[in-house]
Ligand binder design. Structure first.
Ligand code: ADP
Ligand code: ZN
Ligand code: ZN
Length: 820
């Protein structure tokens, strides 16, 4: 028998291997196998099995089978094929999403050097600045190196020929060492009784005379009746390992090894409340339930204002699915930012729910994933990557806050959109998919209005809570009247004061981290920029440093301007730290916490802050967009926005939409119970239509205006966009590559709108120069996007064959979330 295998690498073909007799029963579609590949060992996915092969050359056998149970079946394979076709990647790259990071077996190329020999050679070099000299120095300092670290040290990619010449003279060996995977199944020691209960009881009087320590262990084991983890037993009985060893010698207990699960614990917790569903909620649940019961695909868009009880709808639907013996995937934007929804699901489903996200350890993620495959879990909550949870019998996919841009994978190929991919996975699995939001994306609302999705609505808040009153504060007028205290208007300060007196809580949004977002010289106007990126450095006051928010480059705060030497340095632009700082000045008595990625990088810290906020130990939360996401606290009666402009003027076709969503979402955090909420938004653009629609709480009005703009300017949902991005540390190479690619794709100009290469708006990031080609395809002519994909695909092939810059990295982003 033979199997066809694809690898999680950029090449598109599959490879045929023979299956040794003894492995035949283990090889199935959807398992991973360990195979020889050239001189290396790689892990690949089995996508088909055949009795025969027409290949004539020598076929190698697979070496091992990694998975006991398949990760995907034939219908899921179709889903992964769709992803790779639509987002233009190899099938293996798409399938890579189905397995947890770190569980593959593969060989890593290692360079093992004779350090002394390399040092001698280095000393003999006359010019110590040559590539060879630099490399020799690195090789003399460390015995085992990865190729990539060496490349970084010498800042050059093509070091292979040099390495091979060093290997020839015996200075180094290039070895392919097998890396067994970074995560394993965890085992731990357990203690159990080695004799029958009666026999143990009989020995008790004698043990009691000799050692009370051993006695408590026996009593504990008799009490538990099953094996207990050794560490737990020692802790519980306040004992030491020697007592257990002594009992083992007497033949009374046995120490065994057992598999243990690493389980992630959410730090945020709240009480479960009993809930009587509203008629509107029931209606929504009915519509979706019908499709769950009949195993039919359908896309629903649940448009429910903030606080309308969407989460409860998700919980009820999940119950239905589980009653039917099926499984549920719940996607949330960034799970570490939404501990509240996670804790509610834990309250209802306990041990059958699991989470998958990046703040878990590798081991916790691996165990969670294995629990899904083994049927221990029926429900998974997680960010975009949880869409690939290896369930076999999917009954429903929920995408909460479907408008959120974090659903788009921006870095790794394939650059999929989890919401759109969720719809396809549901389709292949014959189950419904529910997209929920208080501010649906323009695309989804368009699909609902054109009957591609079924629109469901929850237009009112629970318990007749009313949507908060929103007011715009015109900063230009306030300034003229002298009514500003630094970044705060008198009105906002006064309202905060009132809430604190009433023991109510306040949320303040400023969507920028740091203290000052620019440092500039008042004499020559020079702004301190990151040396690696074309963005300004941000001042962080608690560490008193300047930091780049794109590459994390850090430098001390300069004492004088590096261009003209003037000491008149000014700090400009407001970040969360500055807002926090000023609030502490105005309200020294209040307990204030900041929520942004600087303050919550530690695992569990956001959950802890939210726990304290819920209990009233914190009165004011200041934060970036993180405070706009999903928080449900009845005692918040005031939301203040320091500046509505942080996202409004970003040169991107989605910036109006993002601003509307951000402001509406953060406003939705106020007045969620019987207490009425108020929202104050400070702005210099109060006439802008986005702010006017936020003010009126008018999503539909916003949508109508925005969809017209999209149509006029030829943006989605009327067109489908693809961006070709070239990145290189060498400016000439980047430009050369993009120009070459443009030559190839130009011939499709009669069917697509292709803009000539332009420098990306942030031209340099992390030292890489970036160029873009924007391609638009009109959906009236190219409904499914086939023309767009073919043009890109064919041009990539041509580029790889003909361009002299083919080593430069080109990436494709279909349906990009941002074009900067
Ligand atoms: P959304 O997700 O739409 O913003 P939530 O699901 O968080 O809203 O609901 C808001 C609040 O109302 C939550 O505290 C939730 O427990 C509560 N809730 C939801 N449905 C009901 C109901 N039928 N009766 C009473 N309270 C409810
Ligand atoms: Zn200067
Ligand atoms: Zn930078």
């Amino acid at each position: 028998m033979y199997c066809q295998v694809v690898f999680p690498l950029p090449f598109r073909n599959s490879f045929t291997y023979s299956i040794p007799k003894e492995l035949e029963e283990f090889v199935k579609i959807g398992v991973r196998v360990v195979t020889p590949f050239g001189k290396r060992i790689l892990t690949g996915f089995v996508i088909s099995i055949t009795q025969e092969t027409e290949l004539k050359e020598k076929i190698k056998p697979i070496q091992d089978v990694l998975d006991e149970k398949p990760i995907f079946d034939e219908k899921e394979l179709k889903f992964y094929e769709w992803i790779s076709e639509y987002y233009i990647s190899s099938l293996g790259e798409a399938l890579r999403n189905a397995v947890p990071y770190g569980s593959d077996v593969e060989t890593k190329r290692k360079i093992v050097s004779e350090t002394n020999f390399c040092f001698d050679l280095y000393n003999k070099e006359t010019n110590k600045k040559t590539l060879r000299a630099k490399l020799l120095l690195a090789l003399s300092e460390k015995e085992v190196n990865n190729v990539s670290t060496l490349q970084k040290i010498v800042k050059k990619k093509n070091i292979y020929s040099l390495l091979r010449s060093l290997e020839k003279i015996g200075a180094i060996s290039i070895l392919d060492l097998v890396d067994e995977g970074k995560v394993r199944i965890k085992k731990a020691k357990f203690v159990e009784l080695a004799k029958s209960i009666d026999e143990v009881y009989n020995t008790i009087p004698e043990i009691e005379k000799k050692s009370t320590k051993q006695l408590v262990i026996l009593l504990e084991l008799l009490n538990q009746k099953e094996a207990i983890q050794q560490s737990e037993l020692i802790k519980k009985t306040n004992n030491t390992i020697s007592s257990i060893n002594a009992l083992e010698k007497k033949g009374l207990v046995r120490v065994i090894e057992k598999e243990v699960d690493r389980v992630y614990h959410e730090t945020y917790t709240e009480e479960k409340s009993t809930i009587q569903l509203t008629e509107k909620q029931k209606n929504v649940i009915d519509k979706v339930s019908q499709k769950i019961e009949s195993n039919e695909f359908e896309s629903f868009l649940l448009f429910g204002v903030t606080g309308s009880g969407k989460t409860q709808v998700y919980i009820e639907l999940a119950k239905k699915v589980i009653e039917q013996g099926k499984e549920v995937i719940i996607l949330v934007p960034e799970i570490s930012l939404t501990p509240q929804i996670t804790s509610r699901f834990f309250n209802y489903f306990n041990e059958i729910v699991t989470v998958l996200h990046s703040k878990m350890s590798l081991g916790e993620r691996y165990d969670s994933w294995r629990g899904i495959i083994n049927g221990k879990y029926k429900l998974v909550i997680g960010p975009r990557s949880a869409l690939f949870a290896p369930f076999k019998n999917l009954g429903l996919i929920i995408v909460d806050e479907e408008h959120d841009q974090s659903y788009k994978q921006n870095e790794i190929v394939p650059k999929y959109h989890a919401r759109d991919a969720a719809i396809m996975r549901a389709k292949f699995n014959n189950c419904p998919v529910l997209l929920g939001s208080a501010t649906p994306s323009v695309e989804s609302m368009f699909n609902a209005k054109s009957n591609k999705y079924t629109l469901l609505e929850l237009p009112e808040r629970i318990d007749n809570a009313i949507l908060p009153q929103i007011k715009l504060i015109d900063l230009t007028i306030e300034k003229k009247k002298g009514k500003m205290e630094s970044v705060f208007s008198h009105t906002l300060l006064e309202e905060i004061k009132q809430r604190l007196l009433k023991k109510e809580n306040v949320i303040i949004l400023q969507n920028r981290r740091g203290f000052a977002t620019q440092v500039f010289c008042a004499d020559c106007g020079e702004v301190v920029m990151c040396p690696n990126c074309s963005v300004s450095m941000v001042h962080h006051i608690n560490k008193n440093i300047l930091q780049c928010h794109y590459c994390n480059y850090i430098q001390p705060v300069p004492k004088a301007c590096t261009t003209c030497g003037s000491i008149a340095l000014k700090f400009f632009g407001t970040g969360t730290q500055r807002v926090e700082d000023e609030l502490t000045y105005y309200f020294p008595e209040a307990k204030i916490e900041r929520v942004d990625s600087d303050s919550t990088s530690k695992k569990g810290s956001l959950g802890e802050i939210l726990n304290r906020f819920r209990k009233g130990e914190i009165q004011i939360l200041v934060g970036t967009q993180m405070v706009s996401k999903g928080l449900d606290f009845g005692n918040v009666t005031l939301v203040g926005v320091i500046s509505a402009e942080t996202s409004l003027w970003i040169p991107d076709f989605r910036s109006d939409e993002r601003t509307f969503q951000l402001l509406t979402q953060v406003a939705g955090r106020a007045g969620r119970s019987e207490k009425i909420g108020e929202v104050l938004i400070q702005t210099q653009n109060h006439k802008h239509f986005v702010l006017q629609k936020v003010l009126m709480n008018d999503y539909n009005g916003f949508y109508e205006k925005e969809i017209l703009l999209r149509e006029q300017n030829g943006y989605p949902p009327f067109t489908r966009i693809g961006i070709i991005e070239v990145k290189d540390e060498n400016e000439e190479h980047a430009r050369g590559a993009i120009n070459n690619f443009y030559e190839f794709i130009k011939k499709y100009q009669n069917r697509l709108t292709i803009t000539p290469p332009t420098e990306a708006i942030i031209y340099k990031i992390k030292g890489f120069y970036r160029w873009h080609i924007l391609i638009k395809s009109n959906k009236k002519i190219d409904a499914g996007g086939k023309t767009l994909r073919t043009a890109i695909f064919e041009s990539l092939i041509e580029f790889n064959q003909k361009s002299r810059f083919r080593d430069v990295k080109i990436s494709v982003d279909i349906d990009p979330q941002s074009i900067i």
